[in-house]
Design a protein around this ligand. Structure first.
Ligand code: HEM
Length: 414
């Protein structure tokens, strides 16, 4: 029979009210200090879901993230709610696979993410960012999320995959709807429509692109994947399609989230912004600090494959174990004054994962994109100011703003 959980547990960490203004940092602080391996018995509005363990300290995250034999990505997928996206769909993507399946696919996909291929994106990304920023010239104000971040990340990932600019909006809307399939605000038609209409559209279009690139390879990622070979192994068509889906989902949302929060932090901390404007060589450090403070995903999940223990707390086989990057990146045992945004801190952090096999495949691309976005935004609109309250997507998973209204000030030409 399972043992009763300690009484200091039970905070309903996914309650929407807790996330109305971004991650509940005060709550996490309390959990870290009083009960860092913490159990919540249910998942708020999802009655069919089991409860979950929360890992909130930096060092504990490393243990879970690196030990795939004990903490599986495949058994229950990587989302805390098992039933939001069908498990079979999740498990078709290598983010939700364990070795050896995971390792084979990751090695093949890594062919498209070599440092050389990423570095080659720099000029293109800069051009995309400058184009988006210059389109705002003459406007008094804008919304950083919709008018800067969204069009940039959509073009960067679509271009990287080999998709034409006229399809950027369609892809972002499609991926946003699929990722928020259960949120009636984003997807009033319900999850069945997503399964029956939207996901088949992604698959059909991906398939058409793959067929085309098999015959006429270009320099895009789809061409690299179609022809990638590691130790005589190649990717099968359904593997490329599922990988395409994963990359489009990961590429569309994540960088947008960290960039928008970084801009908000800079506008709220004018001294920090002034340091970056005076010395743009600090931007890479500011990027790391933004990733630390505003990780695009608040968490990813594992499932215990056997009875185990963390920090003396027993976790049973089959239980969900949630790694909270939103908490570990502010662990006071690691960071001095963790809630202070300091563009000179240049910290190590866990925004891209806490190590091990599932470390983010797109980290180098995301870092490059964030660096260029910050450099160009600060240089183009150095007088930008907040113009109203920022609004967060109310979610315990994606940590992102949905609106960041600003006054632009005059465009400075490079
Ligand atoms: C600020 C930007 C980003 C953040 C914070 C981020 C965060 C993460 C995290 C935390 C994981 C680990 C998941 C786990 O351990 O279960 C991950 C995995 C992954 N990310 Fe990212 N990501 C970002 C951008 C991107 C981009 C731009 C791409 C692709 C274009 C990408 C592709 C992936 C893929 C394919 C995986 C799965 C890797 C694996 O399972 O081996 N990410 N990401």
């Amino acid at each position: 029979m399972s043992e009763p959980k300690p009484l200091t547990q039970g905070i309903p960490l996914f309650t929407p009210e807790l996330w109305a203004d971004g991650p509940p940092h005060e709550t996490f602080k309390e959990v870290r200090s009083k009960c860092p391996v913490h159990y919540t018995p249910d998942m708020f509005e999802l009655p069919d879901e089991d409860g979950f363990w929360s890992i909130t300290k930096y060092e504990d995250m490393k243990i879970v993230s690196r030990d795939w034999q004990t903490f599986s990505s495949e058994l229950g997928g990587v989302l805390t709610a098992t039933n939001v996206l069908p498990l079979e769909l999740m498990r078709g993507m290598f983010i939700s696979m364990d070795p050896p399946k995971h390792d084979r696919l990751k090695a093949l996909f890594q062919r498209g993410f070599t440092p050389k291929r990423i570095a080659m994106q720099e000029d293109e990304i800069r051009e995309i960012v400058r184009d988006v920023l210059s389109r705002l010239e003459g406007q008094d104000s804008c919304d950083v999320v919709h008018d800067i971040a969204q069009p940039v990340v959509a073009r960067v990932i679509c271009r990287f995959m080999g998709l034409p600019p006229e399809d950027d909006m369609m892809w972002s809307e499609l991926m946003n709807t699929i990722l928020a399939a259960n949120d009636p605000d984003v997807n009033p038609e319900g999850i069945d429509t997503v399964m029956q209409r939207d996901i088949p559209i992604v698959f059909e279009r991906a398939q058409a692109l793959i067929t085309e690139r098999r015959e006429n390879p270009t320099d895009d990622l789809t061409s690299v994947l179609v022809h990638a070979e590691v130790d005589g192994e190649r990717l099968e068509e359904h593997e490329i399609i599922m990988g395409f889906f994963l990359l489009m989902a990961a590429g569309n949302d994540s960088t947008k989230a960290t960039f928008s929060s970084a801009v908000k932090a800079l506008l709220e901390n004018p001294d920090e912004r002034a340091k970056l404007i005076a010395d743009p060589s600090l931007v890479p450090s500011a990027v790391e600090e933004s990733l630390r403070m505003f990780p695009a995903f608040a968490n990813f999940r594992r499932t215990a494959t056997k009875d185990t223990e963390i920090r003396g707390t027993k976790i049973e086989k089959g239980e969900k174990v949630v790694m909270w990057y939103a908490s570990s990146n502010r662990d006071e045992d690691i960071y001095e004054d963790p809630d202070r945004f300091d563009v000179e801190r240049n910290p190590e952090h866990q925004a891209f994962g806490a190590g091990g096999r599932h470390f983010c495949l797109g980290a180098a691309l995301a870092r490059l994109e964030l660096k260029i976005l910050l450099e160009e935004t600060l240089a183009s609109y150095p007088e930008m100011e907040l113009d109203g309250k920022a609004k967060y997507v109310i979610s315990g998973f994606v940590n992102q703003l949905k609106e960041l209204p600003v006054k632009l000030g005059p465009l400075q030409h490079a």
